[in-house]
Design a binder for this molecule. Structure first.
Ligand code: MN
Length: 325
């Protein structure tokens, strides 16, 4: 897994364990992410929104798509050609392989090897999310996720913004015993800050736990808390609920997040690769249709009108021919 790492975890800053007594957040919901096809037909596992973890539990997050890990044959990789978004942010993190991104405002770049693209769609933007031509030609390993972060009503029409967060910028820290690598992509974990600038308080962490590691992390009590296993297996919460690849949990109230990695891992991954998400809930009504997430049905109708009238931008002329391939 070539996400950013460090040869000597003990040299990294450590997140001290929360002082006792802390309230260890219990698992309130466990979900096994269903598989579906997204974009032009690439496979994803979507732990939320779903029957178990809905918009209310995920708030301020909207959606998580786990892409792969998949070994593509030549010609097989697919993406999501030009389409609009309004009212939220898309966060794309690629662990293996690469994704070529471009948008109607001239933003974009190659996302690969632990880098992140944090796009605020806000008032409206068009973007194109495609595997690079080399990957289509040769096939190969592809693994990553896309997370949707909601915006409160007063920020849904904020001008679009693009943040390219290179793997080398990701803040690296470890657990108190240096048995877990914590990649802070955005937000704050025990005073350690990630590079991503967020509109509302949100923390996004990709953690790798050594076999047998037991980690306790501070987690603000007013935030929600979600965890999703990218690979490997382990336990979450005070009653050590078993969790494995493709499963996600919603955690209840408290101020500590506890995670353990299986001491004797089987399967492809030696470490537990887990995504930790938390943020300040927005608690506003959600009206959504396809690529738009607003507060009311009228705003969705308006979004379609604005998109069709070109008010969210237009596909750059020099890239139009790519659509016909
Ligand atoms: Mn998109």
């Amino acid at each position: 897994m070539p996400a950013i790492s460090h040869p000597n975890w003990t040299a990294l800053p450590r997140i001290p364990e929360p002082a006792l007594p802390g309230i260890d957040r219990p698992v309130v919901t466990l979900t096994t992410a269903p598989s579906l096809l997204e974009g032009a037909g690439f496979p994803v596992r979507r732990p939320f929104p779903g029957r178990e973890i809905g918009f209310r539990q995920a708030d301020p997050f909207l959606l998580l798509d786990h892409m792969g890990a998949v070994e593509y044959a030549p010609g097989e990789p697919k993406g999501a050609p030009w389409h609009p978004h309004r009212g939220f942010e898309t966060v794309t993190y690629i662990i293996d392989g690469a994704m070529q991104h471009r948008d109607s405002q001239g933003g974009g770049g190659l996302i690969s090897n632990g880098s992140t693209q944090w796009m605020t769609a806000g008032a409206g933007i068009l973007h194109d999310e495609m595997p690079p031509e080399e990957l289509v030609k040769t096939g190969g390993l592809f693994h990553g996720f896309q997370l949707w972060v909601n915006l409160p009503s007063d920020l849904k029409r904020t001008p679009p913004r693009y943040q390219s967060l290179e793997a080398s910028q990701v803040t690296l820290a470890t657990s108190a015993r240096a048995d877990a690598l914590l990649r802070v992509i955005a937000g704050d974990l025990g005073g350690i800050k990630g590079p991503g600038i967020t509109w509302i308080p949100v923390t996004v962490i990709h953690a790798s736990l050594e076999p047998g590691a037991q980690v306790r992390l501070p987690w603000p009590s007013q935030w929600n808390a979600l965890a999703y296993v990218l690979s490997g297996s382990g336990t979450v919460g005070p009653s050590h609920v078993l969790i494995h690849e493709g499963q996600g949990v919603e955690l209840g109230t408290g101020d500590v997040l506890s995670i353990g990695a299986s001491p004797n891992p089987d399967g492809s991954s030696r470490t537990l690769e887990i995504l930790l998400l938390g943020g300040q809930p927005i608690r506003e009504p959600i009206a959504t249709y396809g690529p738009f997430v607003m507060n009311t049905h009228d705003e969705i109708v308006q979004a379609f009108e604005d998109y069709q009238a070109g008010r969210m931008g237009t596909v750059p002329a020099q890239t139009l021919e790519r659509r016909d391939r």
